[in-house]
Design a protein around this ligand. Structure first.
Ligand code: 13P
Length: 255
C-alpha cells in the first residue's frame, strides 16, 4: 500500500474549546490507537490547545483550518504557521471554498499559504473544487487544473508528497448532494495525472487526494473504494463522534 487512507474532520466554526476537547476525547477512546488510517481533526483556532491536550499520546493528529502566510507582524486577527506548530498542529486546511467565496481568497494567496505551510513543516490540505455552474458548463477539469497548478506553484518535487489535496465540489458541501463515485474518481484521477506531470510518477503516487462534500457513513464505502480516493475531508459528519468513527472504520475497511 503506497498511500495510507486519511480521514480529516473540518469542524468549521463549531464548538467551544471545552466542547471540542470533549469530542476529541471521545475520538481518542474509540479510534485513538487506529494504525491503519491517518486521522486528523481540525477544530477552530480557539480550541487547538484544548484538543492538543485531549489527543496527546494518541495517534490522532491536529490540523488548523486556515493561516496567514507571514510568520508574524501587523496582521490583526490572523494566525501564523509557527503559532500553529507551537500548538502541535501538523496539518492546515488551505483554500477551502468557504475561504475562497466568503473571504475572497485568491489562488495567489492560497499559493503563498501553501509555500509558508511547507516551509514550517505543516502539511497543507489544499482544497480545490468547482461550483455547480462550472460543472454544468463542463468546466470542471479546467477549473480544477487551474486551481491546483496555481496553488502548487513553486512547490518542489521533494515537498509534493507532504501535500494533501482535497477535491471538494462546492455544490456538494453541506448540501447533502454527494458526487457519485464515478464523478469523484474522474476528478481524482485527473488530479493524479496533473501531479504526475508536475512531479513525476513516484511522487504523485504518494500524494493523498481526499474527497469532501456530504461524505457520510452511508456513502463512504463506495467513494473510498475508488482507485484515487485516498480518504475524506469531512464537515457535518465530523461533528459527532459516532458518525466520524464510522467513517474512519469505513476507511480502514477500504484499505
Ligand atoms: P460537509 O461534509 O458538511 O459537506 O462539508 C465538507 C467540507 O467542506 C469539508 O471541508
Amino acid at each position: 500500500m503506497i498511500r495510507k487512507k486519511l480521514i480529516a474532520g473540518n469542524w468549521k466554526m463549531n464548538k467551544t474549546s471545552a466542547d471540542a476537547a470533549s469530542l476529541a476525547h471521545e475520538l481518542v477512546v474509540s479510534v485513538g490507537a487506529q494504525p491503519d488510517v491517518e486521522v486528523v481533526i481540525c477544530p477552530p483556532f480557539t480550541a487547538l490547545e484544548s484538543v492538543a491536550g485531549a489527543i496527546d499520546g494518541s495517534l490522532i493528529k491536529l490540523g488548523a483550518q486556515n493561516m496567514h502566510f507571514e510568520a508574524s507582524g501587523a496582521f490583526t486577527g490572523e494566525v501564523s504557521a509557527p503559532m500553529l506548530r507551537a500548538l502541535f498542529a501538523t496539518h492546515v486546511i488551505l483554500g477551502h471554498s468557504e475561504r475562497r467565496t466568503l473571504f475572497a481568497e485568491t489562488d495567489e494567496l492560497v499559493n503563498k499559504k501553501v509555500l509558508a505551510a511547507l516551509k514550517n513543516q505543516l502539511r497543507p490540505i489544499l482544497c480545490v473544487g468547482e461550483s455547480l455552474a462550472e460543472r454544468e458548463s463542463a468546466s470542471t477539469l479546467r477549473v480544477i487544473q487551474s486551481q491546483a497548478e496555481r496553488a502548487l506553484e513553486g512547490v518542489g518535487k521533494d515537498q509534493a508528497p507532504s501535500v494533501v489535496v482535497a477535491y471538494e465540489p462546492v455544490w456538494a458541501i453541506g448540501t447533502g448532494k454527494v458526487a457519485t463515485a464515478e464523478q469523484a474518481q474522474e476528478v481524482h484521477g485527473f488530479i493524479r495525472g496533473l501531479l504526475t506531470k508536475l512531479y513525476g510518477e513516484a511522487a504523485a503516487q504518494r500524494v493523498r487526494i481526499l474527497y469532501g462534500g456530504s461524505m457520510k457513513p452511508a456513502n463512504a464505502a463506495e467513494l473510498l473504494s475508488q482507485k484515487d480516493i485516498d480518504g475524506g475531508l469531512i464537515g457535518g459528519a465530523s461533528l459527532e463522534a459516532r458518525s466520524f468513527v464510522e467513517l474512519i472504520k469505513a476507511a480502514a475497511a477500504a484499505t
